[in-house]
Design a protein around this ligand. Structure first.
Ligand code: NAI
Length: 507
């Protein structure tokens, strides 16, 4: 399928943060672009802003002055919507209001040629609803950029019920030609990213609410063990709690109150208090001048340990063994149930059960559970939780062992699935349901989460790497522990485990 020719006129409506960014992207790709906003002067102002942005790139040596001039020459601010009549593609990025957007689309349908594509950058409205009632709903499609559009690679190409599939393919190729990483998705609440990302926030909020650890410790675990750029608390402080909470609510309501998406009372309280994050000076953290960010809690040990015994296979935590050996720990291996013994302590990767429950059920004394790490060979930090009755000595031995390998150890309360493991399991679970429901392919969902929200690994590829049986077991155990539908495993995950396949098996 062909991308739009760069001689085709692209029109962008709405010269705010998104519209200006999208206009810049299209002009940089070589299209003549007309930018229109119903606020007089706003389009011209936006073009000036783009020119200044490009000027900064020239100063940094990332763009030459000629290219800057050529891009800006292709950008034409216009003061009347009629000037968009010749456009081959219109992308609207106006106010997020269904009726206003539908009114605009009706106006464009009368104004533009029959082959003009009508794209919306909406992040939450249904493309199906936007198109309904038009004479040619087949040419309405979502083209969802991320903020800031010139920098973020992801574009969700969103098909409504009536969208012409050939059009979705053309727009996909066009986004690619613009240097973006497009994914196909269907018009369902949250599309891919705003749906699959919900557990990233929700699980940390829940862990905080249930006293698993404080914000700084949970954030540090997400960064240093999970490999995420930011933890959920620092990230929502940055996004703004009003915005993040509103997205969660809208997805929750759109799925008829499915508890998977249940908003958090803790976040609601922040919104009620006006603690919106960085922009208001306070959210989970204090941004006042001179305010100190609290440190993550870490355990330290003076003990020396020089050997350990591995019984069986540690599952996803197996790379820890090579790291211990590289640190000079003598490792003895024997058959067993995936346990690491050091002194009196028995360590194991969490399987979603409480430590105390597992200790009792499996007859393990001094059980210390390990949280998930993206890469146990490199992780700077690891979360642990221990069963009631675990001796202080055993705990100390577990900490000493990990510390010896250069790992900072952060304690968590005895909470099912610990922090990183349950978050990743829930992200993968949401991704699995999105695949099951035809919202996107496994490859597109993973790409969307890497390119749209910078996850270190696509959640489905991550689940494949952990092992789908282990992910399913974790979710089954979480569901049993909480007795809540929130943690119910996706049918697709269960089916893949039953079939012995992974998300990324080639059919
Ligand atoms: P914004 O408020 O910065 O800009 C909207 C612009 O549209 C304003 O300049 C306004 O004057 C203009 N406008 C409003 N009604 C208009 C109309 N009827 N005709 C012409 N111009 C009109 O908003 P922002 O953040 O750029 O968002 C725009 C759209 O992009 C929304 O649909 C939003 O959901 C979506 N979006 C926003 C993202 C973000 O992070 N801000 C990310 C992805 C999508």
């Amino acid at each position: 399928m062909p991308a739009l020719s760069t001689t085709s006129l692209v029109a962008v409506i709405g010269a705010g943060a998104m519209g200006a960014g999208i206009a810049q992207v299209a002009a940089q790709a070589g299209h003549p672009v007309r930018l229109y906003d119903n606020r007089p002067g706003a389009a011209a102002q936006a073009v000036d802003g783009i020119d200044r942005q490009l000027g900064r790139l020239v100063e940094k040596g990332k763009l030459d002055a000629e290219a800057r001039a050529a891009i800006v020459a292709r950008l034409e601010p216009v003061e009347a919507i009629e000037a968009l009549a010749d456009a081959r593609l219109v992308i609207e990025a106006i106010v997020e209001n269904l009726d206003v957007k539908r009114g605009l689309l009706r106006q464009l349908e009368a104004l533009c040629g029959a082959d003009c594509i009508l794209a919306s950058n909406t992040s939450s409205l249904s493309i199906t609803r936007l198109a309904a009632g038009l004479d040619h709903p087949g040419r309405v499609i979502g083209m969802h950029f991320f903020n800031p559009a010139p920098l973020m690679a992801l574009v969700e190409i969103v098909s409504g019920l009536a969208t012409d599939p050939a059009l979705a393919d053309d727009l996909y190729e066009t986004a690619k030609a613009w240097g973006k990483q497009p994914v196909h998705t269907r018009s369902t609440p949250g599309f891919i990213v705003n749906r699959v990302a919900r557990p990233f926030y929700a699980e940390s909020l829940r862990l905080l609410q249930e006293g698993a650890a404080d914000c700084a410790t949970l954030d540090a675990l997400m960064r240093d063990a999970g490999g995420f750029r930011m933890g959920a608390f620092e990230l929502t402080d940055l996004i703004g709690h009003d915005v993040n909470y509103a997205v969660t609510r809208s997805v929750f309501e759109a799925y008829y109150g499915d508890f998977r998406f249940q908003p958090s009372l803790i976040q609601q309280e922040l919104v009620d208090a006006g603690r919106l994050g960085r922009k208001s000076g306070r959210g989970f953290y204090d941004y006042a001048e001179g305010a100190q960010r609290p440190d993550a809690v870490a355990l330290a040990s003076d003990l020396r340990v020089d050997s350990c015994v591995i019984e069986g296979d540690l599952g996803a935590a197996e790379p820890l063994v090579a790291r211990l050996q590289a640190a000079g720990i003598a490792v003895t291996r024997r058959d067993g149930a995936g346990l690491l013994r050091v002194g009196d302590a028995v360590l194991a990767l969490s399987d979603g059960r409480l430590a105390s429950q597992r200790a009792r059920e499996d007859g393990l004394v001094n059980l210390v559970l390990l949280d998930l790490a993206l890469d146990y060979g490199k992780a700077g930090r690891l979360g642990i939780a221990w069963a009631a009755g675990t001796s202080a000595v055993a705990r100390d031995q577990a900490v000493a062992l990990l510390q010896h390998a250069g790992i900072t150890v952060s304690p968590l309360a005895d909470i099912p699935g610990l922090a990183v493991l349950r978050t990743v399991a829930m992200l993968a679970n949401e991704g699995a349901d999105a695949v099951l429901q035809g919202v996107g392919s496994a490859g597109d969902i993973d790409l969307a989460m890497r390119a749209g929200v910078n996850y270190p690994k696509g959640p489905l590829a991550w689940a494949d790497a952990i092992g789908l049986p282990a992910v399913l077991r974790t979710l089954d155990n979480l569901q049993a522990a909480y007795g809540e539908a929130r943690y119910r495993p996706s049918l697709l995950l269960r089916r893949h485990v039953a079939e012995g396949r992974t998300f990324h098996d080639q059919p």
